[in-house]
Design a protein around this ligand. Structure first.
Ligand SMILES: Cc1ncc(C[n+]2csc(CCOP(=O)(O)OP(=O)(O)O)c2C)c(N)n1
Length: 328
């Protein structure tokens, strides 16, 4: 499925926006302005961008938590100002500054997530079942890393979707590592999508550094699910070039990846540089157009930061702390 100029522009613009936001989040965590910790997206943002860019507003999406789902959410058209403010513990945050990245945007059909990896599968399947039951043509984009396919819920979910032909896309952002464990130490196979074959779910393997290839795969998977043909599995091979998270407590001990190797990947596998080179070579865009996209993305990130900066710090009285707690 060849991409149109408009689709390429959308993907490239969303990628540059996602990178600017990821860099903003890194500045916030390193300067002490962010509460909690952050999982850098780095050069692994193209899959998230592609996952969100071609969904309708009423399609459900469960973003992968890397880069805290920013690439997925901005690409789906969500205004992430309140989400950034939430990370900064501000009253205008989407959970009044009391959470970190456990949020939902129900009006945009992003139904929230949990720190518990694999927890996204049951609600995604439920959303897919609801779409089928109500006879709508909504699809569900269920994004996760390779790590969540160690979970029983992923396998129960794939089985149910395959059996009932639910419109769920299993979007696996495979960076070859789960926290501190290399993929080869966790799985007897290197292609997670081969698991899908056991459930008769069709699959593709994509270069996750190529945002256009990711976009083509998203269009294919969405068309398949929307046409009522059941689930589809997309495995996007990508790279993590940072420790698991920044600002957390778990960065001591053995480092599974060589920092020099990670630095080299940043230079050779940067999806923005790869996409820009392709757009210039094909003459889809010129340098001035690419520069304008960069400037606009930086401005957007700066405006979000100053908007959040102007929101007061959340210091709820003890009597209000249990508001919004629904189960204990
Ligand atoms: C059920 C569960 N087990 C373990 C953890 C600890 N944990 C947090 S992130 C993570 C690795 C996830 O890897 P992956 O899904 O591949 O995402 P990546 O960080 O590589 O993008 C683990 C094991 C958890 N949050 N939930």
């Amino acid at each position: 499925m060849a991409l149109t100029k408009q689709q390429k522009t959308t993907l490239y613009t969303n990628l540059v926006r996602a990178v600017a936001l990821d860099q903003l989040m890194m500045r916030l965590i390193r300067s002490g302005k962010m509460v909690g910790f952050y999982h850098e997206g780095g050069i692994a943002l193209a899959p998230g961008v592609a996952a969100g860019s071609f969904l309708r507003r009423d399609d459900a999406m469960n973003p992968h938590y890397r880069a805290h789902g920013l690439a997925h959410m901005v690409s789906k058209g969500i205004d992430v100002r309140t989400y950034v403010a939430e990370h900064m513990g501000r009253v205008d945050g989407c959970a009044k500054g009391r959470s970190s990245f456990h949020v939902s945007y129900p009006e945009d059909h992003v139904f929230g997530w949990s720190a518990n990896i694999g927890a996204n599968f049951p609600p995604s399947i439920g959303y897919g079942f609801a779409a089928r039951y109500k006879g709508t043509d909504q699809v569900v984009m269920n994004c996760s890393g390779d790590g969540s396919y160690q979970e029983g819920r992923a396998h129960e979910g794939m089985l149910m979707c395959a059996n009932w032909k639910l419109p769920v896309i299993f979007w696996c952002e495979n960076n070859g590592i789960a926290q501190h464990s290399l993929l080869e130490d966790l799985f007897p196979l290197s292609d997670i999508s081969r698991l899908a074959a056991g459930y008769e779910i069709p699959s593709v393997i994509i270069d996750g550094q190529d945002v256009f290839a990711c976009g083509e795969a998203a269009l294919k998977a969405i068309a398949h699910a929307r046409a009522g043909k059941g689930p589809f599995f997309v495995e996007l091979k990508t790279l993590r070039v940072q420790e698991h998270n920044v600002g957390g407590l778990n960065n001591d001990g053995a480092r599974p990846r060589d920092p020099k190797q990670m630095q080299q990947w940043r230079e050779t596998h940067d999806p923005v540089k790869l996409a820009a080179a392709r757009l210039l070579k094909e003459k889809t865009m010129n340098q001035a157009e690419l520069d304008a996209i960069q400037v606009a993305a930086q401005r957007e990130a700066d405006e979000i930061e100053s908007w959040a900066d102007n929101s007061p710090k959340a210091t709820p009285p003890i009597s209000e702390l249990l508001e919004g707690v629904y189960a204990r």
